[in-house]
Write a protein that binds this ligand. Structure first.
Ligand SMILES: N[C@@H](CCC(=O)N[C@@H](CS)C(=O)NCC(=O)O)C(=O)O
Length: 282
């Protein structure tokens, strides 16, 4: 459809109205239809992560230059971190270029005073986009989805959307926190290496067991059909880490294995692999 400038103005007004009304499903549908007619930084948003002052300075920066201004994205990442991997995969899917800043969590670089200003919890990843700093992969994914509309990471259909969020949440809340570096070190010191391994395997098996049941019906090539979405972005790095680092056998989880194989073939996933990162120490 060819859009004329007057129509564009009308579209923009409706777009704003939907965003302000928090009518997210309709807004999302709308952005699918018309999103490409806005430059990435012009897109209206009610995103709570963007506070008023950052929005203001963002807008004045934009006006000071031209309509093609796009803020530079910086990702603080560690090559082996599955949480960083999710964000790398998502950025690649959305075709967003970014500057990679390595934080070696093995050597304790997450505890520097500089990094503390970015994330007082001392975890990677952290995404910086202009004035916006976000230090949690789940929040980062939602931010990217709301700000950059190309290649949506959530489907329009509410049930499938919720399923994607639920699967992502299982990985980020009920699986990965049980095997993050600091927890493993704590377990090893206080309880011992054998108990640590049992603990990790128990939580990974439990999570994959639930995800296998949850996604059996919805899965096609990917977790919720034929398109790669947020569930896949969280699942694929989790499966890779579980099999390679913790020797989890995926034969019990055929749906998840199929999803992983589909992701593995994607160039956006290949580019996000740990060994392809600048700080990879192989
Ligand atoms: N909920 C956070 C968790 C972040 C997280 O656990 N990051 C790990 C790497 S995957 C980390 O930085 N670990 C350092 C540590 O445990 O000290 C997210 O999803 O970003």
């Amino acid at each position: 459809m060819k859009i004329k400038p007057a129509m564009l103005l009308q579209i923009s007004k409706s777009y704003n109205k939907l965003a302000k009304a928090d009518n997210y499903p309709r807004w999302n549908y709308f952005q699918r239809l018309f999103g490409r007619h806005f430059s990435q930084t012009e897109t209206p948003t009610t995103n709570s992560i963007l506070n008023a002052s950052s929005m203001e300075s963002h807008n004045s920066q934009k006006k000071a230059t031209d309509s093609t201004w796009v803020s530079k994205i910086v990702l603080y990442s560690f090559w082996q971190s599955s949480c960083s991997w999710r964000v790398r995969f998502a950025l690649n899917l959305k075709g967003l270029s970014y500057e990679y800043r390595a934080v070696n969590i093995d050597k304790g670089e997450q505890f520097t005073s500089e990094f503390d200003k970015l994330n007082p919890l001392h975890y990677v990843p952290v995404l910086v986009d202009g004035d916006v700093v976000i230090s949690d992969s789940y929040a980062i994914l939602l931010y990217l989805e709301e700000k950059y509309h190309q290649r949506p990471l959530l489907p329009v259909e509410p049930q499938l959307r919720a399923l994607n969020l639920q699967a992502a949440s299982i990985v980020s809340s009920n699986m990965q926190p049980f095997h993050m570096l600091s927890v493993l070190r704590y377990m090893e010191e206080r309880v011992g290496p054998e108990e640590k391994q049992l603990w990790v395997n128990f939580h990974i098996q439990k999570g994959f067991g639930a995800l296998e049941k949850l996604l059996t019906e919805s899965a096609g090539k990917y977790a919720t059909g034929e398109e790669v979405y947020m569930a896949d972005v969280f699942l694929a790095p989790q499966i890779a880490v579980a099999t390679k680092r913790f020797n989890v056998d995926m034969s019990e989880f055929p749906t998840l294995r199929k999803i992983y194989n589909s992701c593995e073939a994607l160039p956006e996933f290949k580019a996000s692999l740990p060994e392809r990162q600048p700080d990879a120490a192989l």
